[in-house]
Design a protein around this ligand. Structure first.
Ligand code: SAH
Length: 354
């Protein structure tokens, strides 16, 4: 708000214009200066000269048979990021992206096959929420109830914009949503998890765990080499101590890789130390043409095995849920976001540790 107030003062306009401008920018995500109809024409012309408006544009949308809507958003510099509206009987959730592409190369994730092009700025992140909220109103006659930073990119590698966007989403003079309705998901960067605690982050934190031993996690998430499970555990314990908040572990069940009861036992050990609850996630195929044994060739765990895994955790006192995938028929489910317009890395360029 201060930036806007200063801009308004610099241009010699009355202070109340700042509030109007702020609302156009952050509440309504106006796409042009002309759209800001209650601002004087001359003022708008001055704004157009001085500053750049860089809104996201909803370029395409696809609706799944289960009601999930996948959106392709175009950035001012011609890239595409994806966001998803996920309706359930009790919630309307927006899944939003934090980066164009991703620098991590998690082997099970389609976005990991893209190069990281750039960070989204805070406004581009907020724009996704505003535009998906419009769809929520159009299709389901309600506002969004939840927001998850689980689209493309790693939010904690775009830390400042993630924080700034969450502030705007929660600010009473922004979108006014409760921080508890926002979840930021990270592949696990220990230093940044501590920073979240130090900076007083109020949203929920989810960690993409997927394996409870370094040996296994190194093989599917190269980022684990510099952020070992022990480092992450220390950081998470610090986070829960400082914030008083619980964290959630996300754990994709990958058949024959991490879904045995021995794996469940490892997970119990790890999760108990952090007091984390566990979301078991169905694996979504990302490349049906991949040959077995290569990257992208994982298979989903059979339902009865997933249920047995969950009961094992529950019996050992870990709160666990199986999360059903949504929007799989339109490639809108977890890990399937990869826009076809960006250059994919060739298989040989990927780092795969054995
Ligand atoms: N970089 C962040 C946020 C994006 S991923 C993170 O790693 O948490 C959001 C969730 O989707 C993560 O838990 C991720 O592991 C999961 N995911 C990725 N690929 C998937 C796939 N093929 N099937 C199911 N879930 C997947």
């Amino acid at each position: 708000m201060e930036e806007v107030q200063k801009l308004v003062a610099d241009l010699g306009e009355k202070p109340y214009r700042a509030k109007q401008l702020w609302e156009w920018l952050w509440k309504k995500s106006a796409h042009s200066w002309e759209a800001m109809s209650d601002l004087p024409k001359a003022f708008r012309a001055q704004l157009a000269e001085r500053t750049l408006l860089r809104p996201l544009v909803l370029a395409e949308q696809q609706k799944s048979t289960d009601g999930t809507i996948k959106c392709a958003f175009k950035t001012w510099d011609g890239h595409v990021v994806e966001g998803v509206l996920i309706p359930t009987p009790t919630r309307l959730t927006a899944c939003i992206s934090s980066q164009i592409g991703c620098s991590l190369t998690c082997t099970f994730c389609a976005t990991g096959k893209l190069k990281r092009i750039r960070n989204l700025d805070a406004q581009e992140i907020v724009d996704q929420v505003v535009l998906i909220n419009k769809l929520a109103q159009e299709h389901y006659q309600q506002d969004l109830s939840n927001i998850v930073y689980m689209g493309m990119g790693e939010p904690l590698l775009n830390y400042a914009n993630t924080m700034r966007s969450a502030e705007r989403i929660t600010a009473p003079d922004g979108l006014g949503m409760g921080a508890r309705r926002i979840t930021v998901s990270t592949a696990g960067i220990a230093k940044m998890i501590r920073k979240l605690a130090d900076d007083g982050a109020r949203f929920n934190l989810a960690l993409s765990l997927h394996a409870a031993t370094d040996h296994k996690r190194d093989r599917i998430m190269p980022i684990n080499e510099e952020n070992s499970l022990l480092d992450l555990k220390d950081a998470l314990r610090y986070y829960t101590r400082v914030t008083g908040k619980e964290v959630t572990f996300e754990y994709i069940l990958l058949r024959g890789f991490n879904d045995s009861l021995a794996d469940a036992q490892e997970l119990v050990r790890y999760a108990s130390d952090v007091h984390a609850k566990v979301n078991l996630i169905e694996y979504n195929p990302i490349d049906p043409t991949a040959t077995p044994g290569t990257t992208g060739s994982f298979q989903r765990t059979a339902n009865e095995d997933a249920v047995a895994f969950m009961y094992f955790l529950e019996n050992k006192g870990i709160v666990a849920r199986i999360r059903q995938s949504r929007g799989r028929d339109i490639d809108a489910a977890c890990g399937q976001l990869a826009n076809k317009n960006e250059p994919a890395l060739k298989e040989g360029e990927r780092v795969m540790k054995g």
